[in-house]
Design a protein around this ligand. Structure first.
Ligand SMILES: *[C@@H]1O[C@H](CO)[C@@H](O)[C@H](O)[C@H]1NC(C)=O
Ligand SMILES: *[C@@H]1O[C@H](CO)[C@@H](O)[C@H](O)[C@H]1NC(C)=O
Ligand SMILES: *[C@@H]1O[C@H](CO)[C@@H](O)[C@H](O)[C@H]1NC(C)=O
Length: 285
């Protein structure tokens, strides 16, 4: 066990921008992040230790509101995007999409560590230390929200506005199946196979790859036909791991290791998913 950093040590660590406090107070962190275009975006990050979740939220310069939820207990990560309609095209409505995918352990600090993060200079503009490789996700199923509890109890609320547009990949089902010790078929009851026609999946369908006869929206000329849309969501700054420091121990020549800060990362996700009409994907040109 590593010793916990106490509050006085936290105040003493003037060289780290962010330190871990053992004081338990309400834990929302507001971070100013410089994005790749040079704009400053405000990120809100909060942790719920009881639920073992972390929520990160920000609004992109184009107005898209992004929410990332990590459910550590179920190894589920959700990225929700609320995308504003394009007024020039007469779209006054917004649309909401939700993507569920497996959360690899240790790719974000724990909810407990997150709840203890404090920043010395809240107005500082931050840049992540490492830009991680982009991941591609091609979504295989629609998730039916009333059964989404098999993945995580938080999805039904978070994605309430994405009833027809909550997606999951087949390959992630295996991870969750092992993690939760339940068969993949239990998850399939909450899913609707894509694309083309929305029909309930049978065992045979599961083995099928998505049919490749639906074009990407980029190539599609027909406004009212289904296509595969691309949406890139980048999390501009997040604490991806803890840093450890060595300090003098109680006796001569002994050392202790303690948590003395965080490593920060940026990561982009490219989602490819089925839409009923190209109109739901007008940015993809
Ligand atoms: C954490 O989640 C629990 C259970 O959902 C809720 O009762 C509590 O208010 C939440 N705490 C915070 C700080 O949001
Ligand atoms: C972040 O939190 C602040 C203060 O609680 C709030 O005013 C703002 O709307 C939040 N922003 C987002 C994108 O959630
Ligand atoms: C992800 O998709 C992009 C665009 O489709 C492609 O250029 C890139 O090579 C893909 N990356 C991986 C790791 O598959």
């Amino acid at each position: 066990m590593l010793p916990r950093l106490n509050f006085s040590m936290c105040a003493y660590l003037v060289t780290v921008l962010i330190c871990l406090s053992s004081k338990l107070t309400s834990s929302q962190l507001i971070i100013n992040v410089k994005n790749q275009g040079g704009d400053v975006v405000q990120e809100n990050i909060s942790a719920n230790v009881t639920d073992d979740t972390v929520t990160l939220e920000f609004q992109r310069s184009d107005g898209t509101l992004v929410t990332q939820l990590i459910d550590f207990r179920n190894e589920v990560q959700v990225i929700k995007a609320l995308i504003l309609g394009e007024e020039e095209r007469g779209q006054s409505q917004y649309q909401v999409v939700c993507f569920l995918f497996h959360f690899p352990k240790d790719s974000f600090i724990s909810s407990d560590a997150m709840s203890k993060l404090r920043q010395k200079n809240p107005s500082a503009i931050r840049i992540p230390e490492q830009d991680l490789v982009r991941d591609n996700y091609t979504m295989d199923y629609h998730v039916s929200l009333q059964h989404s509890g098999v993945f995580s109890p938080h999805i039904a609320d978070l994605c309430a506005e994405a009833k027809e547009s909550t997606y999951v990949r087949h390959e992630d089902l295996t991870f969750w199946s092992i993690n939760q010790g339940i068969p993949v078929t239990t998850f399939l009851k909450a899913l609707i196979k894509l694309p083309r026609t929305k029909y309930r999946s049978t065992k045979k369908d599961v083995e099928d790859k998505p049919k490749a006869n639906v074009e990407t929206c980029t190539g599609s000329k027909v406004m009212w036909s289904p296509c595969y849309c691309h949406l890139e969501i980048c999390i501009g700054w997040y604490p991806c791991s803890l840093k450890y420091c060595k300090g003098k121990g109680q006796t001569k020549n002994s050392y202790v290791t303690y948590r003395c800060g965080i490593k920060t990362c940026r990561k982009c996700h490219l989602f490819t998913y089925y839409v009923e009409e190209k109109e739901q994907c007008m940015w993809d040109e």
